[in-house]
Design a protein around this ligand. Structure first.
Ligand SMILES: C[S@@+](CC[C@H](N)C(=O)[O-])C[C@H]1O[C@@H](n2cnc3c(N)ncnc32)[C@H](O)[C@@H]1O
Length: 234
């Protein structure tokens, strides 16, 4: 009985996640974000799959910047960046409560999309290489307990995959108030830059205005943090 309950819970979460995704996908279609007619969207030519369209393959040159915020929280950054209609802004948030908060801020903006999904994984489903201008990860969950540390995603493997999505001059911007996670991210970024001379690493005290961003809820609550920025130069 317990097994059945657990199984039906997992199934319903899966179905809900799929419905959320499809809702965002159809909104994108109706808002004309892809810039092609709906007929084209079905075309195999653009590599679109209904399960998760590769937006990178279908978004033409309508947007000058494509920005992704992983763990959007209250949605301040998605809201702020999507004020400029030249930006295409994608937010990912796994927790329902925060997903709704972000969504409510931008639901009428045709250039902003929020997915209730694992952004660290799904970003690779959405975009092809050399497509994203900026990947923002503000105050990622630090998983402070030793037995949970393996859940930290911002390590060499993920960072090296994510840099491939960046346009030349694009960057990954990570801020955290957690000293140990910061040291780990910084070390991974530096070792990546040693292997790839096209990457430049910057670190320091995080100031949103320096990067054209606004303070997030967590930034304000924690009174700041440090950043690691990985810029793709070549
Ligand atoms: C500490 S909060 C920071 C929120 C926001 N960026 C800020 O600065 O206020 C971390 C957020 O990341 C979200 N999160 C954690 N893992 C995630 C994932 N794999 N994909 C998307 N969001 C995630 C959490 O639900 C949480 O809202």
């Amino acid at each position: 009985m317990r097994f059945l309950k657990k199984y039906s819970y997992l199934l319903s979460s899966y179905v809900r996640a799929k419905i959320n995704f499809l809702a965002a996908y159809f909104k994108a279609r109706w808002c004309g974000v892809f810039g092609y007619s709906r007929k084209c969207l079905y075309s195999k030519k653009f590599g679109v799959s209904v399960a998760y369209p590769r937006w990178g393959a279908v978004v033409p040159h309508k947007f000058s910047s494509v920005m992704v915020d992983i763990g959007s929280g209250h949605g301040e950054i998605v809201e702020y960046l999507s004020r400029d209609s030249k930006n295409l802004v994608i937010g990912f948030e796994v927790r329902s409560r925060y997903f709704k908060k972000t969504l409510n801020k931008v639901k009428n903006r045709p250039n902003a999309f929020v997915f209730k999904d694992n952004g660290y994984e799904k970003i690779f489903w959405l975009f092809r290489p050399l497509f994203v201008s900026r990947i923002i990860v503000m105050f990622p969950d630090p998983w402070p307990k030793a037995r949970h540390a393996k859940r930290r995603v911002l390590r060499s493997l993920w960072l090296s995959r994510a840099t491939l999505l960046l346009k030349l001059g694009g960057d990954i911007l990570i801020a955290t108030d957690h000293k140990e996670y910061f040291t780990e991210i910084n070390a991974s970024a530096l070792s990546l830059a040693q292997q790839n001379s096209g990457l430049k690493i910057e670190t320091g005290r995080y100031e949103p205005s320096r990067f054209g961003l606004v303070p997030t809820h967590y930034y304000t609550k924690m009174g700041g943090g440090n950043f690691v920025r990985i810029v793709r130069m070549g």
